[in-house]
Design a protein around this ligand. Structure first.
Ligand code: ZN
Ligand code: ZN
Length: 101
């Protein structure tokens, strides 16, 4: 897979300032700096095709199942950075997660 990055994109630079759950050659899952909920980010700047998207959401789902055993929902809306694929898993009745130290 070819990885494309954009120099000014916060998701491409991916500073490790929050808890990281998972990483492989195509994506990573870490707590969002704003929401403190697990977020999957594609390593390439852009939008994946459907099969890739399914794989990435599967990675997020595995993290979310252990982080929120009582339930969670997938928030696929890309509010701040609409041109770089990412998705949040949020707790069943909430929007923000627990901030870890
Ligand atoms: Zn967020
Ligand atoms: Zn990017």
């Amino acid at each position: 897979m070819e990885i494309v990055t954009a120099p000014d994109c916060l998701l491409c630079t991916a500073e490790r300032i929050t808890h990281w759950y998972y990483e492989d050659e195509q994506c990573w899952v870490a707590d969002c700096t704003i929401c403190s909920t697990p977020m999957v980010v594609w390593k390439s700047h852009g939008l994946p095709d459907e099969p890739t998207r399914e794989v990435l959401l599967g990675r997020l789902g595995a993290v979310a199942d252990s982080e929120y055993p009582e339930g969670w929902w997938l928030d696929g809306e890309m509010r701040k950075i609409p041109d770089h694929f990412h998705a949040h898993a949020r707790p069943a009745n909430g929007f923000f997660g627990r901030r870890k130290t």
